[in-house]
Design a binder for this molecule. Structure first.
Ligand SMILES: [Zn+2]
Length: 155
């Protein structure tokens, strides 16, 4: 155990946009999500373990839901933070809720490239299982359905 290379946790791999199978290879070609025109350019296969990143045509259509969930989660977080740090009320002349709305909208727009990448990374991680022995195991393309079911059981 001790001599093995420390691997990323599921969360670190998903949030860091690493390949879900080996948790070492980068999913995206350009490390910066703000590289214009390259936001969604992915390596076709993982550069470390050769896991394909697009399991089937249109694989990433479903990421809209993940992106939506991220948007909601962030909005809730900033809303709560705003109440705690700045405060808001429904009193007339108190515009603080509108300030939050504007600030949150700007933040969401600014984070769009990050969310687009995160959505793909998280999406892929639901279909491709982490394999600590990826070096010796063959890539199992046929296991997709089984992996999804297993994941659903873990929710
Ligand atoms: Zn990999």
């Amino acid at each position: 155990m001790a001599e093995e290379k420390a691997t990323r946790s599921y969360l670190a791999a998903a949030l860091g946009c690493y390949c879900p199978r080996c948790r070492e290879g980068k999913l995206f070609k350009n490390p910066s999500p703000y590289a214009f025109g390259e936001i969604l350019k992915m390596n076709e296969t993982c550069s470390v373990c050769a896991q394909p990143t697009e399991l089937e045509p249109g694989f990433y259509y479903g990421t809209a839901y993940v992106s939506y969930a991220l948007t909601i989660a962030l909005s809730v977080a900033t809303f709560v933070a705003w109440i705690v740090l700045i405060g808001m009320s429904t009193k007339e002349g108190d515009y603080r809720i509108w300030y939050w709305l504007v600030a949150n909208a700007i933040l969401l727009i600014a984070l769009q490239p990050v969310f687009m990448r995160l959505s793909r990374s998280i999406w892929l991680s639901w279909f491709v299982k982490y394999d600590p022995d990826w070096k010796t195991h063959p890539i199992n393309d046929e296991s997709t359905e089984r992996v999804v079911k297993e994941h659903m059981g873990n929710w």
